[in-house]
Design a protein around this ligand. Structure first.
Ligand code: ACO
Length: 311
């Protein structure tokens, strides 16, 4: 690669210019963005499954309408993100195949089950809360199409977070049984949510380069800390207890210090051995096969229109 072009590229990034699809970019920049954006897209699509599980069992019409809207938003986010990845030269078919064949990663968090209605509250509050923490800085990512997609995605995520927290408020202020359900969901989702931010900084292989390229604006540990600091007062307001005996406020630093994360569990989930990895991929494969006729019909229709226009 031309050293002059690479230097000019870094100058543009340093000057906070947005990089657009037709601009020159280092092959490794294209590669890491395709990786991150496609993993992000897969996460949105697989992320529809744990919550989709509760649409038919939502406790009221209002709850059902909100949950339906939320799951549809996630589908939309996945589609924007595949489109953003396509601007880098990858094809959507290729990316989807990588997911279905188990060759692509998606967020570890979506490999955990939603056992009760309270999980829908906990997922909205915590999973979407963590997603916002990670995605707000991505609105300033150096790659234009990704940054722009994140703006709308973040607005929708913030509605998702609120609908989840509102479910938690209702349960936590409800009967003792409801409050116990909310506590149980928090106990099960808390640690996996901390893992969403990725490995600790010292073990994060892509962080240094992605920070230089202004894809990442904060490190994995920085975002994790921001999330803990924002979430502890919310749990206190709910009257729920975070399942971490080591959690303590560090007066001097002004941060909530948390206990050891079980990185062995994280590795197992990434290796395909989380509680729901197999179910998630099986559900995506089934949906993909059952949707084949729609894709075929859409391309036949497009080809017909094109032929007609050419006449
Ligand atoms: N689940 C699955 N894989 C993960 C996770 C996670 N929670 N965290 C990190 N990884 C993977 C990385 O993708 C990378 O794998 P790869 O080399 O095979 O691509 C590896 O672990 C090492 O991690 P890092 O070097 O820290 O990777 P990176 O710099 O890409 O940082 C992060 C990881 C923070 C997740 C980043 O990719 C990111 O910000 N992605 C966009 C946001 C996103 O995908 N969110 C999805 C969940 S939110 C939602 O969908 C609602």
């Amino acid at each position: 690669e031309d050293a002059g072009l690479a230097a000019r590229f870094q100058e543009r990034v340093d000057a906070e210019e947005r990089i657009e699809p037709n601009d020159w970019m280092p092959a490794a920049y294209r590669k890491t963005l395709t990786r991150q954006i496609s993993q992000h897209a897969h996460s949105e699509i697989v992320g529809m499954l744990p919550e989709g599980n509760w649409i038919t069992r939502a406790p009221s019409l209002r709850r059902k309408a909100a949950l339906l809207a939320k799951v549809q938003d996630e589908c939309g986010h996945g589609l924007y993100l595949y489109a953003a990845a396509e601007t880098l030269g990858a094809s959507r078919e290729e990316l989807v195949d990588q997911l279905l064949e188990g060759r692509a990663k998606y967020s570890s968090i979506f490999n955990y089950p939603t056992l009760t209605w309270a999980d829908i509250g906990a997922v909205g509050w915590l999973v979407d809360g963590a997603a916002i923490m990670n995605q707000i800085p991505l609105c300033r990512c150096s790659y234009g199409p990704y940054a722009r997609a994140m703006i709308r995605v973040c607005k929708e995520e913030s509605f998702h977070q609120r609908q989840g927290y509102e479910i938690m408020v209702t349960l936590a202020k409800g009967t003792p049984e409801q409050k116990a359900m909310a506590q149980d969901a928090l106990d099960r989702w808390w640690w996996p949510c901390l893992m969403m931010f990725g490995p600790p900084d010292a073990a994060s292989q892509h962080s240094d380069q992605s920070t230089r390229w202004k894809i990442k604006r904060f490190s994995n540990d920085e975002l994790r800390q921001k999330f803990v600091d924002a979430t502890v007062p919310q749990a206190q307001y709910l009257g729920l207890t975070l399942p971490d005996p080591d959690l303590a406020f560090d007066e001097e630093a002004g941060h909530w210090r948390y206990g050891e994360i079980d990185w062995e569990e994280f590795k197992a989930v990434l290796a395909g051995n989380g509680p729901c990895n197999r179910d998630r991929l099986a559900a995506r494969r089934k949906a993909h096969e059952e949707g084949a006729w729609v894709r075929e019909a859409a391309s036949a229709y497009a080809a017909k229109r094109e032929a007609r226009a050419a006449r």
